[in-house]
Design a protein around this ligand. Sequence first.
Ligand SMILES: O=C(COP(=O)(O)O)N(O)CCCCO
Ligand code: NA
Ligand SMILES: [Zn+2]
Length: 311
Amino acid sequence: YVKSTKEILEKASKERYAVGAFNFNNMEFLQAILEAAEEEKAPVIVATSEGAIKYIGKGDIEAGAKLAVEMVRTYAEKLSVPVALHLDHGRDFKIIMAAIKAGYSSVMIDASHLPFEENLRETKRIVEIAHAVGISVEAELGKLKGIEDNVVEKESVLVDPEEAKVFVKETEVDFLAPAIGTSHGAFKFKGEAQLDFERLKKVKEYTQIPLVLHGASMVPQDVVKLANEYGAELSGAKGVPEDMLKKAIELGINKINTDTDLRITFVAYLRKILSEDKSQIDPRKIFGPVFEQVKEIVKERIRIFGSSGKA
Ligand SMILES: O=C(COP(=O)(O)O)N(O)CCCCO
Ligand code: NA
Ligand SMILES: [Zn+2]
């Protein structure tokens, strides 16, 4: 059934577990994510980036947001687990408004590339509008390295816990994504994986609100190996190790954004199936087994997050 992001995350924060926020761009990824949550009896957040809304709507933002909402509602109303739809990395005011109007449960205003005062002002503005219509808001402090849509951050800038205290108090934002060393995509760390747990602990203590980990994909090496065996070129791919995810959850992370793990699984098994079943031309016979694997990786992550059975 459909439930608000805020209710899902406040329960998770109280009970110290995390809920997956899985990105989708099409029907099959959405189906796999929702089936995984249902089988794990877990609450789940499904998310679209701004790019996903444009992709679903073929450039028409209102249509894309509307179709995303209707797909999620149509599937979710049949499920026994709570489902929320979230706008990931909102930056464009028009798209954030389109998501709110279409019926998203929560929106992220990602203004973390701006100086603190501007990020605070932008976030405050979206919070005022969203709260007026019962929608919750996520914001980001600090910078993730790498490319976030059209903003390239050369170095990650870790969150300042003192700034986080002021930011949350001033903006009344509902969830905060503190940058603690992760980055988007499959190549997260040059050397050893490293997260700043000290900062995370302080941010939780100072803000007492649900926290979000971006760039949290684990990039399982067996799946990377499989993809490479069938012609992908993903050497050096590295994600967040399981023990670090679990420690982050203990310290107060309640929403874990995951996109890359689903993408890598999709690519590995699509390559494998196409190379093995050379006469297959029915997309359902190709996508069926591929998304069965995507569902399994989502179930594995839901179990690691501790949200299995928490519906
Ligand atoms: O923080 C995340 C998830 O990051 P990832 O799955 O790449 O670790 N997201 O916001 C998902 C969209 C970013 C593109 O992957
Ligand atoms: Na987000
Ligand atoms: Zn992100």
